[in-house]
Design a protein around this ligand. Sequence first.
Ligand SMILES: CC(C)=CCC/C(C)=C/CC/C(C)=C/CC/C(C)=C/[C@@H]1[C@@H](COP(=O)(O)OP(=O)(O)O)[C@]1(C)CC/C=C(\C)CC/C=C(\C)CCC=C(C)C
Length: 587
Amino acid sequence: MGYDYALVHLHYTIPPAVALTLCYYPLSTSLAVYKILFLVAIAVISTTPWDSYLIHTQIWTYPPNAIIGPTLFRIPAEEIFFFVIQTYNTSLLYLLLSKPTFHPAYLQGQKLLLNDGRRLGLRRWSGISAIVACILAGIGMIMKSGEGLYMGLILVWAGPFVLLLWSLAYQFIIGLPLSSTLIPVVLPTLYLWIVDTLALKRGTWVIESETKLGWHLWDGLEIEEAVFFLVTNVLIVFGLIAFDNAFAILQTFPSLFPTIPTLPSPVLLVQALLIRAASYDDDRIEGLQQALVRLRAKSRSFYLASGVFQGRLRVDLVLLYSFCRVADDLVDEAGSIEEAKHWIAKLNEYLDVTYGKSYVKAERREYLISTFPTPTQAALRLLPASYLSPTPLYDLLKGFETDLHFSSSNPFPMKDEPTLQVYGAQVAGTVAESCLELVFHHTKTFTPESQRRRIVQAGGRMGIALQYVNIARDISVDALNRRVYLPTTWLKEEGMSPENIIEDPTSKKTEALRQRLLDCAFEIYDEAKGAIEQLPAEARGPMRVAVESYVEIGRVLRQPGYKIKAGRATVPKLRRLRVAWNALSHT
Ligand SMILES: CC(C)=CCC/C(C)=C/CC/C(C)=C/CC/C(C)=C/[C@@H]1[C@@H](COP(=O)(O)OP(=O)(O)O)[C@]1(C)CC/C=C(\C)CC/C=C(\C)CCC=C(C)C
């Protein structure tokens, strides 16, 4: 009996497990726990017979003075623990690195396959050929026995699993960012190579000389060990990618899978993976890709927050953002007030079509194509209207109409704070209400009607707070467009007029008014934030991140001596990450 192998765990595998757990804990979800348990179970079940055979045939031995004693099918308890902890560590690293990835945007439908099909097909078959070649080489080594035996056994054991996962999920394996594919394989592999070198040198485990090739990757690291750790990490990461690929299919196509369980069964996951790409809704995939690009380009705060929402709620929030953004841009970027009015009228008509007031639903698509510019069509078409009530959306358009007053007979419509509140409620309170409708639709927890009403009311108030932050941030940018959202009554109190702001949006008096607006924003925020804790548990943390990452812009603006650079206040990336972390860790 000895503690050498146990000490390897104590020194090298448990510390990274603790560190990764602490990092991932605030981001963890029941789906993530399910994925890890699923993978650990497969790792233990698939490795045990193979490892037991290696020990039985003495290809691989453990000196009795290096292990504590208990075994399962001759495998020391420390070794079984290795299967578990390696799978756990690599999985956590993958989950951490792939958290921001919006998997539905990486699906490849028929249209995309037609464009890129040859290149993809070539890569697919190259992968299959390489894996099959490794398996055949492994069979050859086993048949020859002798020095290639251990390498042959590794290739023949791991090869079919890699082949299966590659065949099912090669599009994702090729298409996902390298941070979700290469890095979670390379980092743990390098680390385990170093640990293995130390363990082999100390004699914690021994590879018999007659059944190994005798090649070394570096001094003390046998090639078989290097390949073993590489392929096991490849298997773990490919397994997780295949899971995410299947879940992305379930999440993206309500027409194929009208409802999905929070924890999909392995059978459902395989069913999803086996669906032919020809049955995917190409337009939906393309629309989701565009929505993601729009969100990433236009809102750092909501892009960051979108990463912590899950499943179909995340998909629909991204689509709602895209709809609101496109509608806002159509009006804001119009060349004249007439054109802006035209777009508001068309958007109103589009809502009529969508909600079936004056047209039959089949005409919706036709109306869209004949009315709106091509780049905006997918965002408008993919609005998740069946779960959203129309009133907040019509009210949002009313808010856009208020913006048109700035260049008409009433150039400064924000005469006092109540008027500003109404405007805030229209352009942002409505958005909050729509977001909350999606939350209630997509979460399982039952929220009584009276509680929903209270939450929606507080959400509306929070929307106003965020809109105030938005206005406080954009005083200079808005002044360039001859827009002053600061209430005229406040300006009068300072002996100013809206024109003074347009002439000099950076004066001391303007700064004081910015702080006054922020004070109001924070007062409303303080009053409304408690309602987030009444939301279904699975939406609370993500909603805190969405709200806090936007409110942080206001905190930056309130810092004494803060100077706005390049026209707009921004929150540095690390600070945004810290805000998200704190929002998720909040209990
Ligand atoms: C996580 C995720 C993807 C969320 C999506 C949120 C969403 C749908 C946002 C839509 C934003 C948008 C383009 C609206 C059009 C009107 C508008 C411009 C509103 C202003 C947003 C500012 O965005 P941005 O800075 O990009 O705009 P400009 O560049 O200045 O044009 C607003 C400030 C409104 C944002 C308000 C919300 C998202 C509501 C937030 C409140 C909740 C979700 C409720 C919180 C819940 C409780 C219970 C308190």
